[in-house]
Ligand binder design. Structure first.
Ligand code: APR
Ligand code: PHB
Length: 395
Protein backbone atom coordinates (compact mmCIF):
# COMPACT_ATOMS: atom_id res chain seq x y z
CA UNK A 1 0.00 0.00 0.00
CA UNK A 2 1.16 3.55 -0.67
CA UNK A 3 0.03 6.77 1.07
CA UNK A 4 1.33 10.27 1.72
CA UNK A 5 1.65 10.19 5.53
CA UNK A 6 2.15 6.99 7.50
CA UNK A 7 0.91 7.55 11.05
CA UNK A 8 1.83 5.21 13.88
CA UNK A 9 -0.69 5.33 16.75
CA UNK A 10 -4.41 6.10 16.79
CA UNK A 11 -4.51 8.16 20.00
CA UNK A 12 -5.56 11.81 19.96
CA UNK A 13 -2.33 12.92 18.23
CA UNK A 14 -2.53 10.49 15.31
CA UNK A 15 -6.27 10.91 14.82
CA UNK A 16 -6.38 14.69 14.97
CA UNK A 17 -3.32 15.02 12.74
CA UNK A 18 -4.92 12.72 10.14
CA UNK A 19 -8.08 14.82 10.20
CA UNK A 20 -6.26 18.15 9.85
CA UNK A 21 -4.29 16.79 6.88
CA UNK A 22 -7.34 15.27 5.26
CA UNK A 23 -9.15 18.60 5.19
CA UNK A 24 -6.31 19.83 2.95
CA UNK A 25 -6.63 16.74 0.77
CA UNK A 26 -3.61 14.89 2.22
CA UNK A 27 -3.99 11.13 2.57
CA UNK A 28 -2.79 9.05 5.51
CA UNK A 29 -2.79 5.55 6.92
CA UNK A 30 -2.96 5.07 10.70
CA UNK A 31 -1.51 1.89 12.21
CA UNK A 32 -2.95 1.30 15.69
CA UNK A 33 -1.79 -1.61 17.81
CA UNK A 34 -5.01 -1.94 19.79
CA UNK A 35 -8.69 -2.31 18.87
CA UNK A 36 -10.99 0.69 18.66
CA UNK A 37 -12.85 -0.41 21.81
CA UNK A 38 -9.62 -0.62 23.77
CA UNK A 39 -8.42 2.84 22.73
CA UNK A 40 -11.82 4.41 23.40
CA UNK A 41 -12.07 2.91 26.88
CA UNK A 42 -8.79 4.38 28.14
CA UNK A 43 -9.37 6.92 30.89
CA UNK A 44 -7.15 9.97 30.50
CA UNK A 45 -7.20 13.61 31.60
CA UNK A 46 -9.88 16.08 30.64
CA UNK A 47 -8.76 19.71 30.49
CA UNK A 48 -8.47 21.34 27.07
CA UNK A 49 -6.69 24.60 26.43
CA UNK A 50 -8.27 26.94 23.90
CA UNK A 51 -5.59 25.88 21.37
CA UNK A 52 -6.81 22.26 21.53
CA UNK A 53 -10.47 23.32 21.27
CA UNK A 54 -9.57 25.44 18.23
CA UNK A 55 -7.84 22.46 16.60
CA UNK A 56 -10.90 20.26 17.15
CA UNK A 57 -12.99 22.98 15.48
CA UNK A 58 -10.54 23.27 12.61
CA UNK A 59 -10.67 19.46 12.25
CA UNK A 60 -14.50 19.73 12.13
CA UNK A 61 -15.00 17.39 15.07
CA UNK A 62 -16.17 19.81 17.73
CA UNK A 63 -19.99 19.50 17.66
CA UNK A 64 -20.24 17.51 20.90
CA UNK A 65 -17.32 19.35 22.52
CA UNK A 66 -19.01 22.69 21.80
CA UNK A 67 -22.27 21.40 23.29
CA UNK A 68 -21.06 19.38 26.27
CA UNK A 69 -17.69 20.93 27.20
CA UNK A 70 -17.75 22.92 30.44
CA UNK A 71 -15.89 26.21 30.23
CA UNK A 72 -13.95 27.08 33.39
CA UNK A 73 -12.71 30.58 34.23
CA UNK A 74 -10.61 29.66 37.25
CA UNK A 75 -9.02 27.07 39.51
CA UNK A 76 -8.74 26.86 43.30
CA UNK A 77 -5.55 26.21 45.23
CA UNK A 78 -6.06 24.84 48.75
CA UNK A 79 -3.15 24.93 51.21
CA UNK A 80 -2.52 25.56 54.87
CA UNK A 81 -6.24 25.63 55.69
CA UNK A 82 -6.90 28.31 53.01
CA UNK A 83 -8.45 28.34 49.60
CA UNK A 84 -7.35 30.80 46.97
CA UNK A 85 -8.93 31.19 43.58
CA UNK A 86 -6.90 31.99 40.48
CA UNK A 87 -9.26 33.80 38.14
CA UNK A 88 -7.56 32.77 34.93
CA UNK A 89 -9.95 34.58 32.62
CA UNK A 90 -9.48 38.00 34.21
CA UNK A 91 -5.71 37.56 34.52
CA UNK A 92 -5.16 36.49 30.90
CA UNK A 93 -7.46 38.82 28.99
CA UNK A 94 -10.30 36.31 28.79
CA UNK A 95 -8.60 32.95 28.25
CA UNK A 96 -10.32 29.89 29.70
CA UNK A 97 -10.05 26.10 29.69
CA UNK A 98 -12.68 23.51 28.74
CA UNK A 99 -13.49 20.38 30.73
CA UNK A 100 -14.09 17.55 28.23
CA UNK A 101 -12.80 14.01 28.75
CA UNK A 102 -10.08 12.81 26.44
CA UNK A 103 -12.08 9.59 26.20
CA UNK A 104 -14.96 11.53 24.61
CA UNK A 105 -12.59 13.49 22.39
CA UNK A 106 -11.07 10.23 21.12
CA UNK A 107 -14.54 8.86 20.31
CA UNK A 108 -15.42 12.02 18.36
CA UNK A 109 -12.17 11.79 16.40
CA UNK A 110 -12.75 8.10 15.53
CA UNK A 111 -16.31 8.87 14.39
CA UNK A 112 -14.91 11.44 11.95
CA UNK A 113 -11.78 9.61 10.84
CA UNK A 114 -13.55 6.32 10.11
CA UNK A 115 -15.90 8.17 7.72
CA UNK A 116 -13.04 10.10 6.12
CA UNK A 117 -12.07 8.89 2.65
CA UNK A 118 -8.54 10.31 2.97
CA UNK A 119 -7.79 8.27 6.10
CA UNK A 120 -7.36 4.51 6.44
CA UNK A 121 -7.18 3.10 9.96
CA UNK A 122 -5.70 -0.33 10.54
CA UNK A 123 -6.48 -1.61 14.03
CA UNK A 124 -4.69 -4.50 15.75
CA UNK A 125 -1.54 -3.73 13.71
CA UNK A 126 1.21 -5.65 15.52
CA UNK A 127 5.02 -5.45 15.40
CA UNK A 128 5.12 -2.12 13.59
CA UNK A 129 8.59 -1.50 12.14
CA UNK A 130 9.91 1.70 10.59
CA UNK A 131 12.56 1.75 7.91
CA UNK A 132 14.11 4.01 5.28
CA UNK A 133 13.21 7.29 7.00
CA UNK A 134 16.84 8.41 7.16
CA UNK A 135 17.35 7.57 3.48
CA UNK A 136 14.26 9.29 2.05
CA UNK A 137 12.28 6.07 1.41
CA UNK A 138 10.13 5.74 4.55
CA UNK A 139 8.23 2.48 5.02
CA UNK A 140 6.13 0.95 7.77
CA UNK A 141 5.59 -2.76 8.10
CA UNK A 142 3.14 -4.49 10.42
CA UNK A 143 1.45 -7.79 11.12
CA UNK A 144 -2.30 -8.20 11.03
CA UNK A 145 -4.13 -11.54 11.24
CA UNK A 146 -0.80 -13.30 10.92
CA UNK A 147 0.05 -11.50 7.65
CA UNK A 148 2.93 -9.04 7.24
CA UNK A 149 2.19 -5.94 5.11
CA UNK A 150 3.97 -2.73 4.15
CA UNK A 151 2.92 0.91 3.84
CA UNK A 152 5.15 3.16 1.73
CA UNK A 153 4.82 6.87 2.34
CA UNK A 154 6.43 10.31 1.96
CA UNK A 155 6.64 11.03 5.69
CA UNK A 156 6.08 9.15 8.95
CA UNK A 157 4.37 10.72 11.96
CA UNK A 158 5.29 8.86 15.16
CA UNK A 159 2.15 9.39 17.29
CA UNK A 160 2.53 6.16 19.26
CA UNK A 161 2.99 7.47 22.78
CA UNK A 162 5.78 7.04 25.27
CA UNK A 163 6.14 3.26 24.78
CA UNK A 164 5.79 3.29 21.00
CA UNK A 165 7.96 1.96 18.20
CA UNK A 166 8.90 5.22 16.47
CA UNK A 167 11.19 6.84 19.05
CA UNK A 168 12.62 3.43 19.90
CA UNK A 169 13.65 2.93 16.26
CA UNK A 170 15.94 5.98 16.16
CA UNK A 171 19.67 5.15 16.25
CA UNK A 172 20.86 5.97 19.79
CA UNK A 173 23.56 8.37 18.65
CA UNK A 174 21.00 10.62 16.93
CA UNK A 175 18.69 11.26 19.86
CA UNK A 176 19.09 12.79 23.30
CA UNK A 177 16.59 11.99 26.04
CA UNK A 178 15.99 14.05 29.19
CA UNK A 179 14.06 12.36 31.97
CA UNK A 180 12.98 12.79 35.57
CA UNK A 181 10.87 10.18 37.35
CA UNK A 182 9.11 11.49 40.45
CA UNK A 183 9.13 9.50 43.71
CA UNK A 184 5.32 9.17 43.78
CA UNK A 185 2.28 8.49 41.61
CA UNK A 186 -1.34 9.59 41.32
CA UNK A 187 -4.16 7.29 42.34
CA UNK A 188 -7.22 8.35 40.33
CA UNK A 189 -10.88 7.50 40.83
CA UNK A 190 -13.75 8.17 38.42
CA UNK A 191 -17.32 8.16 39.79
CA UNK A 192 -20.82 9.12 38.73
CA UNK A 193 -21.19 11.64 41.52
CA UNK A 194 -21.59 15.42 41.21
CA UNK A 195 -18.24 17.26 41.47
CA UNK A 196 -17.54 18.61 44.96
CA UNK A 197 -16.93 22.11 43.54
CA UNK A 198 -17.74 23.88 40.26
CA UNK A 199 -14.02 24.46 39.57
CA UNK A 200 -10.95 22.24 39.95
CA UNK A 201 -9.27 22.22 43.37
CA UNK A 202 -5.51 21.54 43.61
CA UNK A 203 -4.62 20.82 47.26
CA UNK A 204 -1.25 20.83 49.01
CA UNK A 205 -1.73 18.89 52.26
CA UNK A 206 0.72 17.43 54.72
CA UNK A 207 -0.63 13.96 53.85
CA UNK A 208 0.17 14.67 50.17
CA UNK A 209 -1.33 16.30 47.07
CA UNK A 210 -5.00 15.92 46.11
CA UNK A 211 -6.97 17.06 43.05
CA UNK A 212 -10.72 17.41 42.58
CA UNK A 213 -11.55 17.33 38.88
CA UNK A 214 -14.60 16.43 36.85
CA UNK A 215 -15.92 15.26 33.51
CA UNK A 216 -19.45 16.73 33.68
CA UNK A 217 -22.00 17.96 36.21
CA UNK A 218 -22.64 14.34 37.18
CA UNK A 219 -19.22 12.72 36.81
CA UNK A 220 -16.19 13.41 39.01
CA UNK A 221 -12.53 12.57 38.69
CA UNK A 222 -10.43 12.71 41.86
CA UNK A 223 -6.75 12.03 42.52
CA UNK A 224 -4.52 11.57 45.56
CA UNK A 225 -0.73 11.43 45.56
CA UNK A 226 0.49 7.96 46.64
CA UNK A 227 3.85 6.26 47.12
CA UNK A 228 5.26 4.28 44.18
CA UNK A 229 5.00 1.07 46.21
CA UNK A 230 1.21 1.40 46.65
CA UNK A 231 -0.93 -1.31 45.07
CA UNK A 232 -4.34 -0.64 43.63
CA UNK A 233 -5.79 -3.75 45.38
CA UNK A 234 -5.06 -2.09 48.72
CA UNK A 235 -7.24 0.89 47.87
CA UNK A 236 -10.91 0.14 48.41
CA UNK A 237 -13.26 2.92 47.30
CA UNK A 238 -13.91 3.73 50.97
CA UNK A 239 -10.21 4.12 51.68
CA UNK A 240 -9.86 6.45 48.71
CA UNK A 241 -12.80 8.63 49.76
CA UNK A 242 -11.48 8.85 53.34
CA UNK A 243 -8.03 9.82 52.11
CA UNK A 244 -9.14 12.54 49.72
CA UNK A 245 -11.49 14.04 52.31
CA UNK A 246 -8.62 14.13 54.82
CA UNK A 247 -6.58 16.21 52.35
CA UNK A 248 -9.26 18.83 51.64
CA UNK A 249 -10.51 21.80 53.68
CA UNK A 250 -13.15 20.49 56.12
CA UNK A 251 -16.12 22.37 54.68
CA UNK A 252 -15.35 20.98 51.20
CA UNK A 253 -14.74 17.45 52.48
CA UNK A 254 -18.15 17.55 54.20
CA UNK A 255 -19.85 18.32 50.88
CA UNK A 256 -18.16 15.50 48.99
CA UNK A 257 -20.65 13.05 47.48
CA UNK A 258 -19.08 9.58 47.33
CA UNK A 259 -20.12 6.57 45.27
CA UNK A 260 -18.81 3.41 43.64
CA UNK A 261 -15.79 3.87 41.37
CA UNK A 262 -16.17 3.42 37.60
CA UNK A 263 -12.40 3.24 37.29
CA UNK A 264 -9.45 3.40 39.66
CA UNK A 265 -5.79 3.30 38.70
CA UNK A 266 -2.32 4.45 39.71
CA UNK A 267 -0.12 6.39 37.27
CA UNK A 268 3.54 7.26 37.78
CA UNK A 269 4.70 10.86 37.24
CA UNK A 270 7.45 11.64 34.78
CA UNK A 271 9.03 14.53 32.90
CA UNK A 272 10.57 13.41 29.60
CA UNK A 273 11.74 15.13 26.41
CA UNK A 274 13.40 13.65 23.32
CA UNK A 275 15.54 15.90 21.16
CA UNK A 276 15.24 16.47 18.27
CA UNK A 277 11.69 15.61 17.17
CA UNK A 278 12.66 15.03 13.53
CA UNK A 279 14.87 12.32 12.01
CA UNK A 280 14.95 12.53 8.21
CA UNK A 281 11.35 11.93 7.17
CA UNK A 282 10.19 10.79 10.64
CA UNK A 283 8.52 13.29 12.99
CA UNK A 284 7.67 12.58 16.64
CA UNK A 285 4.35 14.01 17.86
CA UNK A 286 2.74 14.10 21.33
CA UNK A 287 3.61 11.57 24.02
CA UNK A 288 6.06 9.83 21.64
CA UNK A 289 8.33 12.85 22.05
CA UNK A 290 7.56 14.17 25.52
CA UNK A 291 5.75 13.46 28.79
CA UNK A 292 4.85 15.84 31.60
CA UNK A 293 3.52 15.10 35.07
CA UNK A 294 -0.27 15.70 34.98
CA UNK A 295 -0.28 18.51 37.56
CA UNK A 296 -0.57 21.26 34.94
CA UNK A 297 -3.02 19.28 32.74
CA UNK A 298 -0.64 19.76 29.83
CA UNK A 299 -0.20 16.26 28.23
CA UNK A 300 -2.82 16.47 25.51
CA UNK A 301 -2.41 20.23 25.14
CA UNK A 302 1.25 19.80 24.24
CA UNK A 303 0.35 17.16 21.71
CA UNK A 304 -1.95 19.87 20.27
CA UNK A 305 0.87 22.26 19.45
CA UNK A 306 2.86 19.45 17.81
CA UNK A 307 -0.14 18.51 15.66
CA UNK A 308 -0.70 22.14 14.76
CA UNK A 309 2.91 22.72 13.73
CA UNK A 310 3.30 19.45 11.86
CA UNK A 311 -0.01 19.74 10.00
CA UNK A 312 0.80 23.35 9.04
CA UNK A 313 4.26 22.28 7.81
CA UNK A 314 2.97 19.31 5.80
CA UNK A 315 0.17 21.37 4.24
CA UNK A 316 2.74 24.03 3.20
CA UNK A 317 4.86 21.24 1.70
CA UNK A 318 2.07 19.61 -0.32
CA UNK A 319 0.18 22.77 -1.29
CA UNK A 320 3.03 25.20 -1.88
CA UNK A 321 6.09 22.98 -2.31
CA UNK A 322 7.73 24.58 0.75
CA UNK A 323 9.89 22.53 3.12
CA UNK A 324 11.03 25.41 5.36
CA UNK A 325 8.35 24.72 7.96
CA UNK A 326 9.21 21.01 8.07
CA UNK A 327 12.79 22.08 8.74
CA UNK A 328 11.67 24.27 11.65
CA UNK A 329 9.22 21.77 13.20
CA UNK A 330 11.51 20.28 15.81
CA UNK A 331 12.92 23.55 17.09
CA UNK A 332 9.59 25.38 17.25
CA UNK A 333 7.68 22.46 18.79
CA UNK A 334 10.39 21.87 21.40
CA UNK A 335 10.31 25.46 22.56
CA UNK A 336 6.69 25.13 23.68
CA UNK A 337 7.36 21.63 25.00
CA UNK A 338 10.09 22.89 27.32
CA UNK A 339 7.90 25.75 28.52
CA UNK A 340 5.22 23.25 29.54
CA UNK A 341 7.78 20.83 31.00
CA UNK A 342 9.01 23.67 33.18
CA UNK A 343 5.52 24.70 34.32
CA UNK A 344 4.41 21.11 35.00
CA UNK A 345 7.58 20.42 36.99
CA UNK A 346 7.26 23.64 38.98
CA UNK A 347 3.52 23.25 39.71
CA UNK A 348 4.25 19.69 40.84
CA UNK A 349 7.08 20.92 43.04
CA UNK A 350 4.92 23.37 44.99
CA UNK A 351 1.90 21.10 45.45
CA UNK A 352 3.32 17.62 46.25
CA UNK A 353 4.97 16.03 49.27
CA UNK A 354 8.53 15.05 48.35
CA UNK A 355 10.59 13.85 51.32
CA UNK A 356 9.22 14.05 54.82
CA UNK A 357 11.40 17.03 55.76
CA UNK A 358 9.11 19.65 57.41
CA UNK A 359 11.17 22.56 56.02
CA UNK A 360 10.13 21.55 52.51
CA UNK A 361 6.45 22.06 53.21
CA UNK A 362 7.07 25.34 55.04
CA UNK A 363 8.87 26.63 51.95
CA UNK A 364 6.07 25.42 49.65
CA UNK A 365 3.47 27.18 51.80
CA UNK A 366 5.57 30.37 51.82
CA UNK A 367 5.78 30.20 48.02
CA UNK A 368 2.04 29.59 47.59
CA UNK A 369 1.33 32.39 50.08
CA UNK A 370 3.55 34.75 48.09
CA UNK A 371 2.10 33.74 44.72
CA UNK A 372 -1.46 34.24 45.94
CA UNK A 373 -0.68 37.65 47.47
CA UNK A 374 0.64 38.99 44.19
CA UNK A 375 -1.13 39.70 40.89
CA UNK A 376 2.12 38.79 39.13
CA UNK A 377 2.21 35.47 41.02
CA UNK A 378 -1.37 34.57 40.15
CA UNK A 379 -0.83 35.67 36.56
CA UNK A 380 2.14 33.35 36.10
CA UNK A 381 -0.03 30.39 37.11
CA UNK A 382 -2.97 31.61 35.02
CA UNK A 383 -0.95 32.24 31.83
CA UNK A 384 0.66 28.84 31.93
CA UNK A 385 -2.48 26.97 32.96
CA UNK A 386 -4.62 28.35 30.11
CA UNK A 387 -1.73 27.53 27.75
CA UNK A 388 1.08 29.51 26.20
CA UNK A 389 0.42 30.63 22.62
CA UNK A 390 1.51 28.71 19.53
CA UNK A 391 4.34 30.49 17.65
CA UNK A 392 2.55 33.00 15.37
CA UNK A 393 5.54 33.17 13.00
CA UNK A 394 5.07 29.50 12.05
CA UNK A 395 3.17 29.94 8.79
N1 APR B 1 2.32 0.38 17.06
C1 APR B 1 1.09 0.91 16.81
N2 APR B 1 0.43 1.68 17.70
C2 APR B 1 1.02 1.90 18.89
C3 APR B 1 2.30 1.38 19.21
C4 APR B 1 2.95 0.59 18.23
N3 APR B 1 4.15 0.06 18.46
N4 APR B 1 2.63 1.78 20.45
C5 APR B 1 1.61 2.53 20.90
N5 APR B 1 0.64 2.59 19.97
C6 APR B 1 -0.64 3.33 20.06
C7 APR B 1 -1.33 3.20 21.40
O1 APR B 1 -2.15 2.04 21.48
C8 APR B 1 -2.14 4.48 21.45
O2 APR B 1 -3.44 4.31 20.93
O3 APR B 1 -0.36 4.70 19.94
C9 APR B 1 -1.37 5.45 20.60
C10 APR B 1 -0.71 6.56 21.39
O4 APR B 1 -1.70 7.34 22.01
P1 APR B 1 -1.47 8.18 23.34
O5 APR B 1 -0.62 7.41 24.30
O6 APR B 1 -2.80 8.64 23.79
O7 APR B 1 -0.56 9.42 22.86
P2 APR B 1 -0.96 10.71 22.04
O8 APR B 1 -1.91 10.40 20.95
O9 APR B 1 0.32 11.41 21.74
O10 APR B 1 -1.80 11.57 23.05
C11 APR B 1 -1.25 12.49 23.91
O11 APR B 1 -2.88 11.60 25.35
O12 APR B 1 -1.89 9.84 26.33
C12 APR B 1 -2.36 11.08 26.57
O13 APR B 1 -1.07 12.07 28.32
C13 APR B 1 -1.27 11.96 26.96
O14 APR B 1 -2.82 13.53 27.10
C14 APR B 1 -1.75 13.15 26.33
C15 APR B 1 -2.23 12.74 25.00
C1 PHB C 1 -8.33 15.20 35.03
O1 PHB C 1 -9.48 15.66 35.03
O2 PHB C 1 -8.13 14.00 34.82
C2 PHB C 1 -7.20 16.10 35.32
C3 PHB C 1 -7.44 17.45 35.50
C4 PHB C 1 -6.41 18.31 35.80
C5 PHB C 1 -5.12 17.82 35.92
C6 PHB C 1 -4.86 16.46 35.71
C7 PHB C 1 -5.92 15.60 35.41
O3 PHB C 1 -4.12 18.66 36.24
Amino acid sequence: MRTQIGIIGGGPSGLCLARLLSLSGIKSVILERQTRDYVEARIRAGILEQGMVDLMRRAKVSDRLDKEGLVHDGIVLAFDGREERVDMASLTGGKRVTVYGQTELTKDLYDAVLEDENVTVIFSAGDVELSGYLEGSPKLSYTKDGKRSTVECDYIAGCDGYHGASRASVPRGMIREFERVYPFGWLGLLADTPPVHEELIYANHERGFALCSQRSHTRSRYYVQVGLDEKIEDWSDDRFWDEIRARLPAHIAERMVTGPSLEKSIAPLRSFVAEPLRFGTLFLVGDAGHIVPPTGAKGLNLAASDMYYLSTALIAYYNEGRSDLLDRYSEVALRRVWAAVRFSWWFTSITHKFGGDPIERKIQIAELDYLMSSTAGKTTIAENYVGLPFDPSFK
